[in-house]
Design a binder for this molecule. Structure first.
Ligand SMILES: NC(=O)c1ccc[n+]([C@@H]2O[C@H](COP(=O)([O-])OP(=O)(O)OC[C@H]3O[C@@H](n4cnc5c(N)ncnc54)[C@H](OP(=O)(O)O)[C@@H]3O)[C@@H](O)[C@H]2O)c1
Length: 330
Protein backbone atom coordinates (compact mmCIF):
# COMPACT_ATOMS: atom_id res chain seq x y z
CA UNK A 1 0.00 0.00 0.00
CA UNK A 2 1.30 3.46 -0.93
CA UNK A 3 0.06 6.89 0.06
CA UNK A 4 -0.21 9.29 -2.87
CA UNK A 5 -1.22 12.94 -3.18
CA UNK A 6 -3.83 13.59 -5.88
CA UNK A 7 -4.71 16.84 -7.63
CA UNK A 8 -8.26 17.39 -6.30
CA UNK A 9 -9.21 20.80 -7.73
CA UNK A 10 -7.68 23.73 -9.58
CA UNK A 11 -6.61 26.58 -7.25
CA UNK A 12 -7.36 30.21 -7.81
CA UNK A 13 -4.51 32.23 -6.37
CA UNK A 14 -2.22 30.49 -3.86
CA UNK A 15 -3.37 26.85 -3.48
CA UNK A 16 -5.06 25.67 -0.29
CA UNK A 17 -5.01 22.21 1.31
CA UNK A 18 -8.44 21.55 -0.27
CA UNK A 19 -6.80 21.42 -3.72
CA UNK A 20 -4.98 18.21 -2.68
CA UNK A 21 -6.17 14.80 -1.55
CA UNK A 22 -4.09 12.04 0.10
CA UNK A 23 -5.19 8.54 -0.92
CA UNK A 24 -4.14 4.97 -0.09
CA UNK A 25 -3.25 3.09 -3.27
CA UNK A 26 -2.62 -0.65 -3.72
CA UNK A 27 0.64 -1.28 -5.58
CA UNK A 28 1.05 -4.26 -7.93
CA UNK A 29 3.54 -7.09 -7.52
CA UNK A 30 6.58 -6.48 -9.71
CA UNK A 31 6.70 -7.56 -13.35
CA UNK A 32 9.96 -8.16 -15.16
CA UNK A 33 11.89 -4.89 -15.65
CA UNK A 34 10.10 -3.14 -12.76
CA UNK A 35 11.42 -1.73 -9.51
CA UNK A 36 9.79 -0.82 -6.19
CA UNK A 37 11.11 2.42 -4.69
CA UNK A 38 10.61 3.90 -1.24
CA UNK A 39 10.95 7.67 -1.41
CA UNK A 40 13.14 9.48 1.11
CA UNK A 41 13.08 13.07 -0.17
CA UNK A 42 10.46 14.94 -2.22
CA UNK A 43 11.25 18.08 -4.17
CA UNK A 44 8.90 21.07 -3.87
CA UNK A 45 9.14 23.47 -6.81
CA UNK A 46 7.37 26.53 -8.24
CA UNK A 47 6.65 24.70 -11.52
CA UNK A 48 4.15 22.59 -9.56
CA UNK A 49 1.94 25.66 -9.27
CA UNK A 50 2.48 26.38 -12.97
CA UNK A 51 1.37 22.83 -13.81
CA UNK A 52 -1.91 23.48 -12.01
CA UNK A 53 -2.82 26.14 -14.58
CA UNK A 54 -5.11 25.28 -17.45
CA UNK A 55 -2.64 26.14 -20.22
CA UNK A 56 -2.38 24.37 -23.54
CA UNK A 57 1.19 24.44 -24.89
CA UNK A 58 3.27 21.75 -26.63
CA UNK A 59 6.06 21.50 -24.00
CA UNK A 60 3.78 22.02 -21.01
CA UNK A 61 2.55 19.05 -18.96
CA UNK A 62 -0.40 20.16 -16.80
CA UNK A 63 -1.50 18.17 -13.75
CA UNK A 64 -4.89 16.60 -14.42
CA UNK A 65 -7.64 16.84 -11.83
CA UNK A 66 -8.28 13.45 -10.22
CA UNK A 67 -4.81 12.14 -11.08
CA UNK A 68 -1.69 11.71 -8.91
CA UNK A 69 0.70 14.66 -8.64
CA UNK A 70 4.25 14.25 -9.88
CA UNK A 71 7.57 15.81 -8.98
CA UNK A 72 11.23 15.10 -8.40
CA UNK A 73 12.10 12.60 -5.67
CA UNK A 74 15.02 10.62 -4.31
CA UNK A 75 14.42 7.15 -2.96
CA UNK A 76 15.86 3.71 -2.32
CA UNK A 77 15.16 0.56 -4.28
CA UNK A 78 13.43 -1.90 -1.94
CA UNK A 79 12.62 -4.62 -4.50
CA UNK A 80 13.86 -5.17 -8.04
CA UNK A 81 12.97 -7.29 -11.05
CA UNK A 82 15.35 -5.29 -13.26
CA UNK A 83 18.99 -6.24 -13.82
CA UNK A 84 20.06 -2.55 -13.77
CA UNK A 85 18.99 -2.02 -10.12
CA UNK A 86 19.71 -3.80 -6.85
CA UNK A 87 17.99 -3.44 -3.48
CA UNK A 88 19.56 -0.50 -1.66
CA UNK A 89 20.41 1.56 -4.77
CA UNK A 90 19.71 5.26 -4.32
CA UNK A 91 17.72 6.61 -7.26
CA UNK A 92 16.24 9.85 -8.56
CA UNK A 93 12.98 9.98 -10.51
CA UNK A 94 9.79 11.98 -11.04
CA UNK A 95 7.35 9.96 -8.89
CA UNK A 96 7.27 12.42 -6.02
CA UNK A 97 4.16 13.32 -3.97
CA UNK A 98 4.02 9.68 -2.68
CA UNK A 99 5.89 7.46 -0.27
CA UNK A 100 6.33 4.35 -2.42
CA UNK A 101 5.90 3.39 -6.07
CA UNK A 102 6.39 0.67 -8.63
CA UNK A 103 7.86 1.84 -11.91
CA UNK A 104 9.82 0.64 -14.93
CA UNK A 105 13.61 0.71 -14.50
CA UNK A 106 13.78 3.18 -17.43
CA UNK A 107 12.09 5.84 -15.23
CA UNK A 108 14.93 5.79 -12.68
CA UNK A 109 18.47 7.14 -12.59
CA UNK A 110 21.08 6.02 -10.05
CA UNK A 111 22.47 8.90 -7.98
CA UNK A 112 25.89 9.70 -9.43
CA UNK A 113 27.96 10.40 -6.28
CA UNK A 114 27.43 8.11 -3.29
CA UNK A 115 29.54 10.24 -0.91
CA UNK A 116 27.32 13.34 -1.10
CA UNK A 117 24.02 13.91 0.78
CA UNK A 118 21.33 12.41 -1.44
CA UNK A 119 18.93 15.37 -1.27
CA UNK A 120 21.50 17.60 -3.01
CA UNK A 121 20.43 15.88 -6.24
CA UNK A 122 17.05 17.59 -5.92
CA UNK A 123 18.70 20.95 -5.29
CA UNK A 124 22.11 22.36 -6.07
CA UNK A 125 23.26 19.18 -7.89
CA UNK A 126 19.86 18.59 -9.46
CA UNK A 127 17.31 20.46 -11.55
CA UNK A 128 17.55 23.87 -9.77
CA UNK A 129 21.36 23.77 -9.87
CA UNK A 130 21.32 22.79 -13.54
CA UNK A 131 18.92 25.68 -14.24
CA UNK A 132 21.26 28.16 -12.58
CA UNK A 133 24.33 26.71 -14.31
CA UNK A 134 23.02 26.58 -17.89
CA UNK A 135 21.13 29.85 -17.46
CA UNK A 136 24.37 31.60 -16.54
CA UNK A 137 26.96 29.77 -18.63
CA UNK A 138 24.94 29.15 -21.79
CA UNK A 139 22.01 31.58 -21.89
CA UNK A 140 23.46 34.70 -20.27
CA UNK A 141 26.98 34.28 -21.69
CA UNK A 142 28.44 35.96 -18.61
CA UNK A 143 31.90 37.54 -18.57
CA UNK A 144 34.09 38.47 -15.57
CA UNK A 145 33.63 42.09 -14.52
CA UNK A 146 30.00 42.28 -15.65
CA UNK A 147 27.10 43.20 -13.38
CA UNK A 148 24.28 40.70 -12.86
CA UNK A 149 20.90 41.12 -11.22
CA UNK A 150 19.04 38.00 -10.05
CA UNK A 151 15.56 37.95 -8.54
CA UNK A 152 14.32 35.45 -5.90
CA UNK A 153 18.00 35.36 -4.94
CA UNK A 154 17.42 33.56 -1.63
CA UNK A 155 15.72 30.60 -3.33
CA UNK A 156 17.06 27.35 -4.77
CA UNK A 157 17.89 28.65 -8.26
CA UNK A 158 18.63 32.24 -7.21
CA UNK A 159 21.07 31.38 -4.42
CA UNK A 160 22.96 29.12 -6.82
CA UNK A 161 23.03 31.86 -9.45
CA UNK A 162 24.49 34.30 -6.91
CA UNK A 163 27.27 31.90 -5.97
CA UNK A 164 28.23 30.73 -9.47
CA UNK A 165 28.22 34.32 -10.76
CA UNK A 166 30.57 35.36 -7.92
CA UNK A 167 32.87 32.42 -8.72
CA UNK A 168 32.91 33.66 -12.34
CA UNK A 169 34.00 37.16 -11.25
CA UNK A 170 30.79 39.16 -11.68
CA UNK A 171 29.31 41.88 -9.50
CA UNK A 172 26.02 40.46 -8.22
CA UNK A 173 22.87 42.15 -7.00
CA UNK A 174 20.11 39.90 -5.68
CA UNK A 175 16.55 40.70 -4.69
CA UNK A 176 14.50 38.90 -2.06
CA UNK A 177 11.58 39.51 0.28
CA UNK A 178 12.52 40.68 3.77
CA UNK A 179 15.53 41.65 5.89
CA UNK A 180 16.54 38.11 6.86
CA UNK A 181 16.49 36.87 3.28
CA UNK A 182 18.54 39.86 2.11
CA UNK A 183 21.10 39.15 4.83
CA UNK A 184 21.26 35.56 3.56
CA UNK A 185 21.77 36.78 -0.03
CA UNK A 186 24.72 38.94 1.10
CA UNK A 187 26.09 36.08 3.23
CA UNK A 188 26.45 33.85 0.16
CA UNK A 189 28.47 36.51 -1.63
CA UNK A 190 26.13 39.02 -3.30
CA UNK A 191 27.58 42.53 -3.45
CA UNK A 192 24.16 44.03 -2.71
CA UNK A 193 20.69 42.80 -1.84
CA UNK A 194 17.40 44.54 -2.58
CA UNK A 195 14.40 43.96 -0.32
CA UNK A 196 11.50 44.23 -2.73
CA UNK A 197 9.01 44.34 0.15
CA UNK A 198 10.14 47.73 1.54
CA UNK A 199 8.46 50.92 0.28
CA UNK A 200 9.70 52.32 -3.04
CA UNK A 201 9.78 51.04 -6.61
CA UNK A 202 11.97 48.20 -7.86
CA UNK A 203 13.20 50.51 -10.64
CA UNK A 204 14.56 53.02 -8.11
CA UNK A 205 15.97 50.35 -5.81
CA UNK A 206 17.85 48.65 -8.64
CA UNK A 207 19.13 51.99 -9.96
CA UNK A 208 20.45 52.84 -6.48
CA UNK A 209 22.17 49.44 -6.16
CA UNK A 210 23.79 49.63 -9.59
CA UNK A 211 24.08 53.19 -10.93
CA UNK A 212 25.97 51.96 -14.04
CA UNK A 213 23.19 49.52 -14.95
CA UNK A 214 23.16 45.75 -15.43
CA UNK A 215 24.68 43.52 -18.12
CA UNK A 216 22.72 40.41 -17.23
CA UNK A 217 19.33 39.79 -15.64
CA UNK A 218 18.46 36.30 -14.38
CA UNK A 219 14.68 36.45 -14.07
CA UNK A 220 12.94 34.21 -11.55
CA UNK A 221 10.08 36.58 -10.75
CA UNK A 222 8.85 38.55 -13.81
CA UNK A 223 6.44 41.47 -13.25
CA UNK A 224 7.87 44.58 -11.65
CA UNK A 225 11.30 42.92 -11.22
CA UNK A 226 11.51 42.38 -14.98
CA UNK A 227 10.33 45.92 -15.63
CA UNK A 228 13.03 47.27 -13.29
CA UNK A 229 15.69 45.20 -15.04
CA UNK A 230 14.58 46.50 -18.44
CA UNK A 231 14.73 50.09 -17.19
CA UNK A 232 18.23 49.57 -15.76
CA UNK A 233 19.75 47.48 -18.56
CA UNK A 234 22.94 48.50 -20.28
CA UNK A 235 23.29 48.27 -24.04
CA UNK A 236 23.38 44.65 -25.26
CA UNK A 237 22.26 43.24 -21.91
CA UNK A 238 21.22 39.59 -21.85
CA UNK A 239 18.12 38.43 -19.96
CA UNK A 240 17.92 34.75 -18.97
CA UNK A 241 14.16 34.25 -18.61
CA UNK A 242 14.04 31.39 -16.13
CA UNK A 243 10.70 31.86 -14.39
CA UNK A 244 8.01 34.37 -13.44
CA UNK A 245 6.76 33.26 -10.06
CA UNK A 246 4.95 36.55 -9.39
CA UNK A 247 2.54 35.49 -12.12
CA UNK A 248 1.88 31.82 -11.20
CA UNK A 249 -0.74 32.34 -8.50
CA UNK A 250 -1.74 35.88 -9.26
CA UNK A 251 -5.10 36.68 -10.81
CA UNK A 252 -3.68 39.82 -12.44
CA UNK A 253 -0.33 40.49 -14.10
CA UNK A 254 1.88 43.54 -13.48
CA UNK A 255 2.04 46.04 -16.37
CA UNK A 256 5.43 46.32 -18.03
CA UNK A 257 6.20 49.95 -18.84
CA UNK A 258 9.75 49.50 -20.12
CA UNK A 259 9.41 46.98 -22.95
CA UNK A 260 10.68 49.65 -25.34
CA UNK A 261 14.11 49.31 -23.70
CA UNK A 262 14.44 45.91 -25.44
CA UNK A 263 14.81 47.85 -28.69
CA UNK A 264 16.50 50.97 -27.32
CA UNK A 265 19.21 49.00 -25.49
CA UNK A 266 19.49 46.04 -27.93
CA UNK A 267 18.51 43.63 -25.13
CA UNK A 268 18.37 39.90 -25.82
CA UNK A 269 15.73 37.99 -23.83
CA UNK A 270 15.84 34.22 -23.93
CA UNK A 271 13.36 31.90 -22.24
CA UNK A 272 14.83 28.52 -21.40
CA UNK A 273 14.17 25.19 -19.66
CA UNK A 274 16.81 23.45 -17.56
CA UNK A 275 16.55 20.58 -20.05
CA UNK A 276 17.46 22.70 -23.08
CA UNK A 277 21.18 21.85 -23.00
CA UNK A 278 21.52 18.05 -22.69
CA UNK A 279 25.04 18.18 -24.13
CA UNK A 280 26.07 20.34 -21.11
CA UNK A 281 24.95 17.91 -18.38
CA UNK A 282 28.38 16.34 -18.09
CA UNK A 283 30.01 19.75 -17.68
CA UNK A 284 27.38 20.73 -15.07
CA UNK A 285 27.90 17.54 -13.05
CA UNK A 286 31.69 17.88 -13.20
CA UNK A 287 31.88 21.57 -12.21
CA UNK A 288 29.13 21.67 -9.61
CA UNK A 289 30.18 18.44 -7.87
CA UNK A 290 33.73 19.77 -7.66
CA UNK A 291 32.60 23.15 -6.32
CA UNK A 292 30.38 21.47 -3.69
CA UNK A 293 33.19 19.09 -2.63
CA UNK A 294 35.64 22.02 -2.41
CA UNK A 295 33.21 24.00 -0.23
CA UNK A 296 32.95 26.76 -2.85
CA UNK A 297 29.14 26.58 -2.93
CA UNK A 298 27.11 26.99 0.24
CA UNK A 299 24.05 24.80 0.56
CA UNK A 300 20.87 25.93 2.26
CA UNK A 301 17.68 23.91 2.57
CA UNK A 302 14.23 24.39 4.10
CA UNK A 303 12.93 20.98 5.17
CA UNK A 304 9.39 19.92 6.07
CA UNK A 305 8.78 16.50 7.66
CA UNK A 306 6.44 13.80 6.42
CA UNK A 307 4.41 13.13 3.29
CA UNK A 308 1.38 14.85 4.88
CA UNK A 309 3.24 18.17 4.84
CA UNK A 310 3.83 18.24 1.06
CA UNK A 311 0.91 20.56 0.08
CA UNK A 312 1.76 22.88 2.99
CA UNK A 313 5.39 22.92 1.82
CA UNK A 314 4.33 24.02 -1.67
CA UNK A 315 2.00 26.69 -0.27
CA UNK A 316 4.75 27.90 2.01
CA UNK A 317 7.25 28.13 -0.90
CA UNK A 318 4.77 30.17 -2.96
CA UNK A 319 4.35 32.48 0.04
CA UNK A 320 8.12 32.90 0.32
CA UNK A 321 8.82 30.98 3.54
CA UNK A 322 11.72 28.96 2.12
CA UNK A 323 15.40 29.90 2.12
CA UNK A 324 17.32 27.80 -0.40
CA UNK A 325 15.84 24.54 -1.62
CA UNK A 326 12.41 23.48 -0.30
CA UNK A 327 12.27 19.75 0.46
CA UNK A 328 10.03 17.24 2.20
CA UNK A 329 11.83 14.52 4.16
CA UNK A 330 9.99 11.21 4.49
N1 LIG B 1 13.24 27.41 -16.61
C1 LIG B 1 13.43 26.35 -15.83
O1 LIG B 1 13.78 25.25 -16.31
C2 LIG B 1 13.27 26.49 -14.36
C3 LIG B 1 13.73 25.48 -13.48
C4 LIG B 1 13.61 25.68 -12.09
C5 LIG B 1 13.00 26.83 -11.62
N2 LIG B 1 12.54 27.76 -12.50
C6 LIG B 1 11.95 29.01 -12.03
O2 LIG B 1 12.90 29.66 -11.21
C7 LIG B 1 12.23 30.43 -10.22
C8 LIG B 1 12.79 30.06 -8.86
O3 LIG B 1 12.54 28.68 -8.62
P1 LIG B 1 13.11 27.97 -7.31
O4 LIG B 1 12.86 26.52 -7.44
O5 LIG B 1 14.48 28.45 -7.05
O6 LIG B 1 12.14 28.54 -6.18
P2 LIG B 1 12.58 29.36 -4.90
O7 LIG B 1 13.20 30.64 -5.37
O8 LIG B 1 13.36 28.49 -4.00
O9 LIG B 1 11.19 29.66 -4.18
C9 LIG B 1 10.32 30.58 -4.71
C10 LIG B 1 10.58 31.99 -4.15
O10 LIG B 1 9.94 32.92 -5.00
C11 LIG B 1 9.72 34.09 -4.29
N3 LIG B 1 8.41 34.67 -4.64
C12 LIG B 1 7.21 34.10 -4.55
N4 LIG B 1 6.25 34.95 -4.98
C13 LIG B 1 6.89 36.09 -5.34
C14 LIG B 1 6.48 37.34 -5.85
N5 LIG B 1 5.16 37.59 -6.09
N6 LIG B 1 7.40 38.30 -6.09
C15 LIG B 1 8.71 38.05 -5.86
N7 LIG B 1 9.18 36.88 -5.38
C16 LIG B 1 8.28 35.91 -5.12
C17 LIG B 1 9.76 33.72 -2.81
O11 LIG B 1 10.90 34.36 -2.25
P3 LIG B 1 10.80 35.84 -1.57
O12 LIG B 1 10.53 35.61 -0.14
O13 LIG B 1 12.13 36.42 -1.87
O14 LIG B 1 9.65 36.53 -2.23
C18 LIG B 1 9.95 32.24 -2.78
O15 LIG B 1 10.78 31.80 -1.75
C19 LIG B 1 10.75 30.16 -10.39
O16 LIG B 1 10.20 31.17 -11.19
C20 LIG B 1 10.73 28.84 -11.15
O17 LIG B 1 9.54 28.66 -11.89
C21 LIG B 1 12.66 27.60 -13.85
Amino acid sequence: MARVWYFASRPTGIPTESNFQLRDVDLPTLSSGEVRVRNRWLSVDPYMRLRMLNINRPDYLPYRIGEPLHGGAVGKVIESQASEFAVGDRVIHSFGWRDEWVCPASALKVLPARDLPEQLFLGILGMPGLTAYVGLMHVSEIKPGETLFVSAAAGAVGSTVVQIAKLMGLTVIGSAGGIAKCEFVRSIGADAAIDYKTPGTMIDKLAAATPQGIDVYFDNVGGNHLDAALANARNRARFAMCGMISDYSSMTSDCLYNLKCIVLAHIRLQGFYSTDFPDRHHEFERDMTQWVRDGMLRIHETIRDGLESTPAALISLLEGFNVGKMLVKL
